[in-house]
Structure formats: C-alpha cells, structure tokens
Write a new protein. Structure first.
Length: 129
C-alpha cells in the first residue's frame, strides 16, 4: 500500500510540473454555429481536422445566418480570422466544402506558426508586437 501511495504522489507531481510548463489546453474546436447548415459544416470540418493529425491549437467556428445569402461561416485561430465563406442555403456538397476548409485552415496555421518562429524579436517581446 505504501508503494502505491508513492507511485500516485510521483505521478501527480510529474503531471503538475508538466501542467506548469503549458497551462493552456489544446485541441478544442469551439462550435458557435446556429443553423443546421452551420452544424453540418462544423461536424465535417472538425472530423477532417481530427482525422488528419493531432491538434496542438484551438479554433472557433462561427456562423452568421442570412435569409438572403445563406450562412457566413468563419474560423478563428488565436482570435484572428483564418477562413471565411458564404455557404448557400441549398448546399449539397457541404462535406467537401468543410474538408477543403479544414485543409486550408491547417495550412494557414502551419504558415503562421512558421512566421512566428522566424520573427525577429530582438528589441521587443512577442506580446509587445
């Protein structure tokens, strides 16, 4: 019983140390859609992103429905817009649109991460830029 307690204590301290290094949780895709079209887009979009590779980022999928134009769907990464598209109300191939959007968003995130790594921050810190 004593060994079990020590093992549990060691596991808790190691996970607490790892949590201290990275406080932010990753891999969330927040659904802020309203209509049936938006929910279908979100489902296919998140399905594609989770299937391609592990997610080390968070996204927000928003929708603004319009009776005239359909639905404006946007995807935000770090509170910045990375994807925007109008989906007509009679969209038949919504899954293909969502898959294309997921591939586009993943490419944009990789590009932004590379730009952040190569950014010259000798005078200012990253949060001051």
């Amino acid at each position: 019983m004593n060994r079990f307690c020590w093992v549990v204590i060691l596991m808790l301290t190691s996970t607490a140390a790892a949590a201290g290094e990275e406080d932010e949780m990753m891999g969330f895709i927040v659904d802020d859609t309203i209509s049936h079209i938006g929910h279908d887009f979100y489902y296919s979009f998140s399905e594609r992103l989770r299937a391609t590779s592990p997610m080390d980022f968070n996204l927000v999928v928003r929708e603004r429905p319009s009776a005239r134009w359909g639905a404006l769907v946007t995807v935000e990464y770090q509170q910045r817009l990375v994807y925007r598209r109008f989906l007509p109300p009679n969209t038949v191939e919504l899954k293909d649109e969502a898959y294309d959007a997921a591939d586009w968003v993943r490419g944009q995130i990789v590009q932004r991460k590379l730009e952040a790594m190569l950014q010259d921050t000798t005078d200012l810190e990253r949060d001051e830029l």
